[in-house]
Design a protein around this ligand. Structure first.
Ligand SMILES: Cc1ncc(COP(=O)(O)O)c(C=O)c1O
Length: 387
């Protein structure tokens, strides 16, 4: 049996909708992008949504609309996809990191306070950088694998420190924290719609916010810096072509019509995995914090005991048709970050330990019971072999 890591959940509805757009002749800057934006804003419970061509573009425009500048610092997690931190570098700013907590794999109120205190007292010195004591200029919270941060506490700490907050909720569409949807924390949030996400537009992303000026800036910058009049040949600021096309928007709209069904299928698949896998010695299944109202599952990531050789484990899974991936390698230890900023092993002990233990296993809405049982059996055998 072959079980892929992910597979998009596409029905005839999405296919029909995309064909209709092709027939309509309006492939970009049309009605579907507006409809998609309204649907997303309503769903998250915010006033504005600005659709763009990727989650990275969404985060970049948020950071830029807040005026993050050359030489400033943005505090975020290192246990994330690289673009969370890269968007600060696009603006000449320096990404600095807080460690995560073991259970949610997110920055916690405690690890946030520790990082703020450390940077305020000692600054940051590496082989290629010497930052005197500082307070970060921006905090980007990440809801990793769809699991929310403890947002009430996080927002309180940031407010007390006068630290502006944004949310990388790219992996958390549908997640609810104490009755508030992910994406609605801080000044603005971002979602991503790559095919392994809860919903997909092929490539795509969206900025969500209650702040009209952030929305307006993002709208202008995604469209080559055109002003409100959208005069085609007038560019009032530096812009980009980050537009989401009509085909992608139509597909996203159909996916959003099925969002409850999609999330419910993902939830059932996650519960089934937790039941099957928690019986296996040496394997830890994802923990869900008490403050989570519901989880918009993005991926299913297990942790292996240190005694299990992860490379051998993953090779065995792959040799037996079970795709898997070592999500995530810490951002601060990516070759580019080591070279550019002199970051080193030992700076973020929990992030580094966790990232040596994690394995993402096949997870998608239409994962069948048979496929899940096969994955669980293969994992059992892989663990036994390593013992
Ligand atoms: C946490 C996080 N942030 C940002 C992104 C970037 O999204 P995209 O790949 O659409 O640019 C991703 C995508 O995987 C992500 O997981």
């Amino acid at each position: 049996m072959f079980v892929p890591l992910s597979r998009p959940d596409i029905t005839g509805q999405e296919i029909e909708a995309v064909i209709d757009i092709m027939k309509s002749g309006i492939l970009s800057i049309g009605p579907k992008v507006n409809e998609f934006e309204e649907t997303i804003a309503d769903y998250v419970g915010l006033k504005h949504a600005v659709a763009v061509n990727s989650g990275t573009s969404a985060l970049h425009l948020i950071v830029r609309s807040l005026g993050l500048e050359q030489g400033q610092t943005m505090l975020t997690s290192s246990f994330t996809f690289v673009s969370s931190a890269n968007v600060a570098i696009y603006e000449g700013a320096i990404p600095v990191f807080a460690d995560i907590e073991e259970s949610s794999l997110n920055i916690s109120p405690q690890t946030l306070e520790e990082a703020l205190e450390r940077y305020a007292k000692k600054g940051l010195e590496t082989d290629c950088m010497n930052l005197p004591p500082f307070q970060p200029d921006l905090f980007m919270g990440v809801d990793i694998f769809g699991h929310p941060m403890d947002w009430d506490e996080i927002e309180r700490i940031c407010e007390r420190n006068g630290l502006p907050v944004i949310e990388d909720s790219c992996e958390a569409l549908g997640t609810v924290y104490k009755d508030r949807k992910a994406g609605s924390f801080g000044l603005a949030g971002a979602f991503a719609f790559y095919p392994n996400k809860q919903i997909t537009t092929g490539e795509g992303g969206v900025i969500v916010t209650n702040d009209a000026s952030i929305a307006q800036m993002c709208r202008s910058m995604r469209n080559q810096g055109r002003g409100i009049s959208e005069n085609w040949l007038e560019h009032v600021r530096l812009g980009y072509n980050y537009r989401l096309d009509e085909l992608s928007s139509a597909m996203g709209l159909e996916q959003m019509r099925r969002i409850d069904e999609i999330l419910s299928k993902r939830d059932s698949a996650a519960k089934r995995y937790s039941e099957l896998l928690s019986r296996i010695d040496g394997v830890t299944v994802p923990a869900i914090a008490d403050y989570v109202t519901s989880l918009g599952w993005f991926v299913y990531v297990i942790r292996l005991e240190d005694s299990i050789d992860r490379d051998g484990f993953m090779d065995y899974l792959r040799d037996n048709g079970v795709q898997c991936r070592d999500y995530f390698r810490p951002v601060h230890l990516q070759p580019f970050y080591i070279k550019q900023y002199g970051y080193k092993e030992g700076m973020l002990p929990v992030t580094e330990r966790v990232s040596r233990q994690t394995v993402a296993i096949p997870f998608f809405s239409n994962l069948s019971q048979e496929e899940q049982e096969y994955v669980a059996e293969t994992i059992t055998r892989a663990v036994e072999r390593s013992g």
